[in-house]
Design a protein around this ligand. Structure first.
Ligand SMILES: [Zn+2]
Length: 377
């Protein structure tokens, strides 16, 4: 029987050593890799992205970052090709906003000698475009005066300064006026409000197109209308009116509605009628031009008293003045706010905005225009 000889491969002593070295190197690399990954993971755990974490390690800033904990601006800095080492302290202190040129803009603002707090202020008062534009101008003088207000807009800085110089308003007043475009002429250079919403603002600077018709127009209960007229309004606003009128009736307060939704053409007829009767000055002061009337939203109503012909002398007026906000209505054109609202006081005209906004306007004692300038603009 032939015997099989198994040949044992024997490595030369030299090759064995090489393999051993390779083994050690691979093991070392593995250890380094595991260590590297655990560092990356510890940074990711406190909110850094993979990309930022890699840069942090390559720049030997791991301990610095771990010590600070989560910091979105730093994360953006380490992700950005605009990162500058000497600006690191500012990056760590400036508030974060998701903006495409955040780090580039911070660098520019540091160059203009703004403080860290001021840079935060600038970043948080505009979008990427507004901040980028702002970085192009020389250091401004009244940054802290205007921008301690949350609702001051970076892009409007020059208009705020102009308005404050020309008017008797302080910084806060100037911001509100300019946010409402009140530094512009009435009925000129206005914008269009396209979409219906319960918090839409229509005034002499914010118009509706002739085609705008509010959704879900319904007729109000005939009993609640003056002369049994068919008055329409948005369903939710009508519901709120009826609830309010019914609640008032229980207290012997008898409110009626004399006007609700008016179409663009309807308002145009009214405008023309008053124009013929009293002329342009009167119309500009007392009658909304077509497209600029809140009645076109289906959310505004004129109220009346069932007991007295002059509304302001009635218990109904007093009751509404004190209670309408509980049903989601704001007293739209109050006395003393003519410059803000653009209208002479109209004690009968109320606007449905929903309970939350109405309560806030009531509690802060502000008009809906001011509410808009502060919270919705
Ligand atoms: Zn009205």
């Amino acid at each position: 029987m032939p015997t099989r000889t198994v040949k044992k491969v024997k490595l030369k002593p030299g090759s064995e050593r090489i393999l051993k070295i390779i083994g050690v190197v691979v093991a070392l690399l593995l250890i380094v890799f595991i260590f590297y990954r655990s560092n990356i993971n510890s940074l990711k755990k406190i909110g850094y992205s993979e990309k930022a974490a890699k840069t942090i390690l390559s720049k030997f800033k791991k301990d610095y970052c771990l010590q600070l904990g989560e910091n979105k601006t730093l994360n953006a800095a380490f992700e950005s090709s605009d990162y500058i080492e000497k600006n690191l302290d500012t990056y760590s202190k400036v508030k974060y906003r998701k903006q495409k040129h955040l780090i580039k803009n911070i660098n520019k603002l540091i160059k203009k000698k703004y403080s860290n707090d001021q840079i935060s202020t600038i970043i948080t008062h505009g979008d990427d475009k507004a901040v980028s534009e702002f970085t192009k101008r020389d250091k401004v003088r009244y940054l802290d005066e205007f921008y301690t207000l949350d609702y001051a807009k970076l892009a409007l800085y020059d208009r705020y300064v102009d308005f404050m110089n020309k008017s008797r308003e302080d910084a806060e007043g100037s911001v509100i006026y300019v946010n409402l475009d009140l530094d512009k002429e009435n009925y000129k250079d206005y914008s269009f409000v396209k979409d219906f919403s319960y918090d839409m603002l229509i005034n002499k600077h914010r118009a509706l197109s002739p085609k705008f018709i509010p959704p879900r127009l319904v007729k109000i209960n005939k009993e609640y209308c003056t002369d049994g007229e068919k008055i329409e309004g948005n369903e939710k606003a009508i519901d709120a009116s009826e609830t309010m009128i019914a609640a008032a009736a229980k207290k012997n307060i008898h409110i009626l509605i004399s006007s609700g939704y008016r179409s663009y053409d309807g308002q145009k007829e009214i405008e023309n009628m008053y124009l013929k009767l009293y002329g342009e000055n009167y119309v500009n002061k007392f009658v909304a031009h077509a497209g600029f009337s809140e009645h076109q939203t289906g959310l505004a109503f004129d109220f009346a008293s069932a007991k007295k012909s002059i509304f302001t002398t009635s218990d109904e007026y007093v009751w509404m003045f004190e209670n309408a906000y509980k049903y989601g209505f704001v007293y739209r054109f109050p006395k003393g706010s003519e410059e803000i609202t653009g209208y002479t006081a109209e004690p009968w005209h109320f606007r449905y905005v929903g309970k939350e906004i109405a309560k806030k306007c009531h509690d802060e004692d502000i008009t809906f225009d001011e509410y808009f300038a502060k919270y919705l603009y």
